[in-house]
Design a protein around this ligand. Structure first.
Ligand code: G
Ligand code: G
Ligand code: NA
Ligand code: MN
Length: 254
């Protein structure tokens, strides 16, 4: 309960911050998008990772106002990068099931984009397969409205849930993120290589983009590249870091 109260206060006191982790297009090495990942800058505990507070935020419903703050902040940051003249990048935000169950989610997203002055096509919403399992008809309607608005939808941690293939047919999905558990041993485990290869071929056939998550070594990158994986994310390129960290990396457009 004290943690819950702490979190409520933390929202008012602006103790949450966003880090960003790039997804890189390995064909030319440029950043295709930035994923926003929330952290809690706690006055006494220091930087608290989302694994320590997102589950409680979901249970208590605090994820709704927290998630709105994340979305608004990420959209504003992306607009600021555009205004500063950096090469175009999309911004990705993770959404919990609890947020998708809000009747006004679509309006909330619309307002966040409008207030930031960001066109919907710059926003990617990341959801896990488990989100798609819940009350599928209602969720599909929500996703259709988001997609009609121009927002892009990514399936996070792809391959760790179930019914993935069925839901791929029914949901307006634009990209798949291959879960890091398939990437970790990909350089020496032929099974992981086969699974990643199959996901990439399927995605090509379905016209979906594929992002490999958790790429930490050059060897992993090379195996994935040979499988035609164009987008990668992981410590090899960058850890999640505050927005300012990327200023020297981004380079201005000519
Ligand atoms: O950044 P880190 O690896 O600690 O993230 C751990 C988990 O927290 C990831 O699964 C990530 O998707 C989730 N997460 C990070 N930021 C957010 C957020 O803003 N909203 C939601 N719902 N989940 C987030
Ligand atoms: O579930 P989700 O994909 O949203 O989780 C994102 C989290 O994964 C980030 O918070 C980040 O800390 C972690 N992460 C990102 N890249 C790597 C990586 O290369 N290796 C490992 N082990 N974790 C990573
Ligand atoms: Na994610
Ligand atoms: Mn993921």
């Amino acid at each position: 309960l004290s943690m819950e109260n702490d979190m409520r206060r933390a929202l008012d006191r602006n103790e949450f911050i966003l880090h960003y982790q790039p997804k890189v297009n390995v064909e030319h090495g440029r950043i295709a998008s930035m994923e926003a990942l929330v952290r809690w800058q706690h006055p006494s505990m220091g930087l608290v990772p989302p694994s320590r507070f997102i589950p409680l935020a979901e249970e208590t419903g605090l994820i709704v106002p927290l998630g709105e703050w994340v979305l608004r902040t990420a959209c504003r940051q992306n607009r600021a990068w555009q205004d500063a003249g950096y090469p175009s990048m999309q911004v990705a935000v993770n959404l919990s099931l609890r947020q998708l169950q809000q009747n006004d989610l679509v309006e909330m997203v619309e307002r966040a984009l409008a207030d930031a002055g960001l066109a919907p096509g710059w926003l990617i919403i990341e959801v896990t397969e488990s989100v798609m399992m819940d009350d599928a008809e209602e969720t599909i309607r929500t996703f259709r409205r988001l997609e009609q608005m121009g927002v892009r939808i990514a399936i996070d941690d792809f391959g760790t849930g179930y019914s993935s293939l069925h839901y791929l047919k029914k949901f307006p999905v634009h990209s798949l993120k291959i879960d890091r558990s398939f990437v970790r041993e990909i350089a020496f485990n032929p099974d992981d290589e086969a699974i990643a290869g199959a996901v990439i071929s399927m995605a090509e056939g379905l016209n979906l983009k594929v992002v490999a998550e958790g790429v930490e070594t050059v060897e992993q990158m090379e195996v994935l590249r040979a499988l035609n994986c164009r987008y990668m994310q992981g410590f090899l390129f960058s850890e999640p870091a505050p927005a300012e960290t990327f200023i020297p990396l981004l380079g201005k457009e000519a």
